[in-house]
Design a protein around this ligand. Sequence first.
Ligand code: NAP
Length: 519
Amino acid sequence: MSAAATGAEQAETVTEDQQPLPRHVEVAIVGAGFGGLGAAISLERAGFRDFAVLERGSEVGGTWWFNSYPGCQCDVPSNLYSFSFARKPDWSRSYPEQPEVLDYLRECTRRFGIRDRIHLDCEMREATWEEAEQRWRIDTSRGEVFARVLVVAPGLLSEPKTPDIPGLDTFEGETVHTARWGEGRDFAGERVAVVGTGATAVQLVPRLQPEVERLYVLQRTPPWVLPLLDRAVGDRLKRLYRAVPAAQDVARGFVYSLREPLAVPMAIAPKLAKLLEAVSRAHLRRQVRDRELRRTLTPDYVVGCKRMLLTNAWYPALTSANVELITEGLEEIRGRILVGSHGTEREVDAIIFATGFTPTDPPIAHALRGTDGRTLAEAWDGSPQAYLGTTVAGFPNLFFMYGPNTNLGHNSIIYMLESQYEYLMRAMRAMRDRGLGRIEVREDVQRAFNEGVQRRLKSTVWNSGRCASWYLDADGENPVMWSDFTFRFRRLAKGFDLDEHHVAARARDGAGREPTAVG
Ligand code: NAP
């Protein structure tokens, strides 16, 4: 990532056209990242224009706004990591960097004219289902909103996880989590520790290495790393995409069809993961000469069990003279001294936590109260589940985007989100056309769906690949990954069936007003 993505510059459009929060809307959408913005645009395009997007950040973008750390780059090609209904012919690279993805999302809000219904710096604190009024009462940091339908798109990877390390609160230097990078950070000439070796760290470390005096990388578990086939997109190709949009459709389809078969070694026939391991081992051999270092960088679990990482810069950065790889977890901090799990001590000026997120315990689940007054977190009891990652029994008129078991190890999450928009639109049309005020997935449907997903997950690399990953919850269940091809998920979402839901005719809402959906 270039310096272009500092928080200061990101703040350029903060609160631009900020509208007062409406009191009543047909649909409230929580989150203005890919999930929430795509839902809003889909509603707009389908003629359901009475919606409000509530975003806690000071700009749209979600994860692409908050993750402004140097080097942040998408590991899905740009042609596929964009809405199918909002093509961009001029991506500068095959794998876009964070500022460009953020710009794309901002541009989408303008292109589809939804900016006036996005409310920034507006955090949802609690949402409670009101049965008599068939609506959600939503308490936000900017006031109360009532909505018949609530779409929650908080992002799976949005709540930073910083390990509870003894001595952290008395550390004398600077600390930062990569997902809260903010503005104006400069570690030039400092002794810096990066904790973690996941997708974030492998992007950050190569950008940080040339700037800092000394860089300590704390590795608890080595990742499997594959070559990144990234390149600048030439002007001729951009002109072609502009002149013949179908050419970009073909490119998108081609990238999709190259990635989709990767579901086979991940989910269908994990034995084939050996092929990916061979590629990764060759990549390591090519980039790291030192045998001993190679050994410490070689994982002992099945490739894909943790997210596979794409980078050509990670190993060269680790072998730079000012970098030391410490193959220990961070156990304790004493003053400015970091203490590793085997007792190694290093003095540092700053600690950067690239330690991930809390996807199996999303904070929003503690803030949603359903029909029986319990929160979603209480209903889930430690293991999130939904029907098609979208609807939850006991929580009427609630639609999750990127909900439980929708994450992928092999393809673009945008494809999954667009399948969920399809489900949402079908539900919205059913509610409008049949005069429904309430729709709730049946518990037996949700249970049967989840039993199937969990059964299929058992043999996948994520469950049986001998690693501890953020895909698994405390009970060893996997409430995160989709267990199959993405096109199967799409087919199920398109097969939206009203009979799988409890429905009720519409009562008038609390304002004594009939909702205004058209289209
Ligand atoms: P992550 O994959 O959860 O990695 C966290 C890292 O912190 C792991 O290496 C973990 O070690 C380590 N860690 C945690 N506590 C530690 C301790 N006390 N001492 C030492 N190490 C510790 O988090 P992430 O790298 O932020 O990535 C999360 C997800 O975000 C990715 O899997 C990906 O889906 C997404 N992401 C995508 C991109 C992209 O599109 N290119 C970029 C960044 C992130 P263990 O492995 O031993 O637990």
